[in-house]
Design a protein around this ligand. Structure first.
Ligand code: UD1
Ligand code: CA
Length: 444
């Protein structure tokens, strides 16, 4: 299909009260704009033009490879769309207008809008309308049967118009042949003194063209203007991902308490307990169990492993097949090979834990001396006694045993026992003598 898209993202987002451009505020860990562009990509448009504000290189970066035009003065949504002219001019197909702050609209819904645009009555403008529970600041759609007559912004609306439940999502499909002619006719004689994109409908009607509305769901069409709306959008995105994870064969025991990142990958028969949080870059293999209250980011967990409860997997953690990572264990930039166990109260950073090794409770890899980071290598089948400190760089050979409470500063050969702690001394009868002396003193 012949399709171009204009994405408006130059707005200041004043209501966010933020240094960060509004469209870069994250949903599920990535900018809302990236979500929108991903949804749009499904339609494979021939051209995409981004309209951004001055000094918003960070927005251009997220928009890449789509070209950006800069709207130097924010004079309204119609003015913004007009800036895209150099990138879209001469395009005879359909043009989709999207708002960077309305990122949840799915590709499927965009498609529905374009199909309506292509019906035989040849509407010049098809607006994606919806009935939000709170129509607050949205423009209202003035309908005449199935036909759309005009859109009125709240600030310009009469009391009767404000009572209209149908709202403008901002998403529109337009006839590219007339779009820029109509846009250039829009003026700013309204309550806000802005050039309103919504005036397109009235102008198209005056030019004798039909305009139409397609209904969308409020969930998809939430416009994000404030932090509260950002949080609502996050909930919607999280719910979508929870359903998707379950559809793909994962069990979520308390889905509403599990938080995903946009790129979380779960295998089949994964069980995720309540209150688990996935940061970006996590891939979990089949049959893994992630127990409650675990936090994972930038890590890979292979088939059959168990993680948690209360485990923290940080970037660069690679957990092998059937490995066990237990409670209050933190793993960073470390490979825990197949079948290894790190079960209790342990920090493993910049390390390898060999296959089937057992790391006892309270073990710490001392990987940092205030200047550099150093590696700890634990061989396969090694056994590290509880409360050991492994001072990196250090190597524990295959099958070696480290006695509990050791501070290991030198390499341990394969198969050896290393004990590095004060030698125990027991003095026979000492406790009894001590108590007797103390009691005598107290009585006297
Ligand atoms: C707009 C619509 C309103 C609709 C609502 C849906 C107009 C006049 N009003 O209102 O009917 O119900 O969206 O969420 O179109 N932008 C620019 N340059 C500008 C102004 C805005 O690029 O000069 C961009 C913003 O970055 C944003 C989008 O356009 O992505 C919408 O702007 P915003 O100011 O949020 O419009 P609303 O008041 O929400
Ligand atoms: Ca808005």
């Amino acid at each position: 299909m012949s399709l171009a898209a204009i994405v408006l993202a130059a707005g200041l987002g004043t209501r966010m009260k933020s240094q960060l451009p509004k469209v870069l505020h994250p949903l599920a860990g990535r900018p809302m704009l990236a979500h929108l562009l991903d949804n749009l990509a499904r339609l494979a448009p021939q051209r995409v033009a981004m309209v951004i504000g001055p000094g918003q290189e960070s927005v251009a970066k997220v928009a890449a490879p789509h070209p950006c035009v800069i709207q130097a003065d924010r004079l309204g949504t119609a003015h913004a769309a007009l800036q895209a002219r150099p990138l879209i001019d001469g395009f005879q197909g359909d043009v989709l207008i999207l708002f960077g702050d309305t990122p949840l609209v799915t590709g499927q819904t965009m498609e529905k809008l374009i199909l309506r645009r292509r019906e035989t009555d040849d509407p010049a403008v098809v607006v994606l309308g919806f009935k939000p529970s709170d129509p607050a600041g949205y423009g209202r759609l003035v309908l005449n049967g199935a036909k759309l007559e005009r859109i009125v912004e709240v600030k310009d609306a009469t009391e009767i118009e404000r009572a209209i439940p149908w709202c403008n999502s901002g998403v529109m499909a337009l006839d590219g042949k007339v779009l820029f002619d109509l846009l250039s006719k829009i003026d700013n004689k309204n309550a806000k003194g802005e050039y309103y994109l919504t005036d397109l409908v009235r102008l198209a009607r005056e030019a004798g063209r039909v305009c139409a509305m397609v209904e969308g769901s409020p969930e998809e069409l939430l416009g994000i203007n404030s932090r509260a709306e950002l949080a609502q959008a996050e909930t919607i995105v999280q719910n979508r991902m929870r359903l998707q994870a379950m559809d793909d064969g994962a069990t979520l025991i308390g889905p509403e308490t599990v938080f995903f990142s946009w790129d979380t990958k779960l295998g089949r028969d994964v069980v995720v307990g309540p209150n688990v949080v996935f940061g970006p870059g996590v891939a979990v293999g089949d049959e893994v169990e992630i127990r409650p209250f675990s936090h994972l980011e930038g890590c890979v967990v292979a088939k059959g492993a168990t993680v948690g409860p209360f485990a923290r997997l940080r970037p660069g953690a690679e957990i092998g097949q059937n490995a066990h990572i237990g409670n209050f264990v933190e793993i960073k930039k470390a490979v825990v090979e197949d079948g290894a166990k790190v079960n209790h109260l342990t920090y493993i950073g910049d390390a390898r834990v060999g296959a089937k090794a057992n790391v006892g409770a309270g073990t710490i890899t001392c990987n940092y001396d205030g200047f550099g980071k150093y590696h700890t290598d634990i061989g396969k089948n090694a056994f590290i006694g509880s409360n050991s400190a492994l001072v990196a760089p250090v190597k524990i050979g295959d099958g070696a045993i480290v006695g509990a409470g050791s501070v290991i500063t030198q390499d341990v050969p394969a198969g050896a026992l290393a004990v590095a702690r004060g030698k125990q001394a027991s003095i026979a009868g000492w406790a009894e003598t001590f108590r007797a002396a103390k009691t005598q003193k107290k009585d006297a």
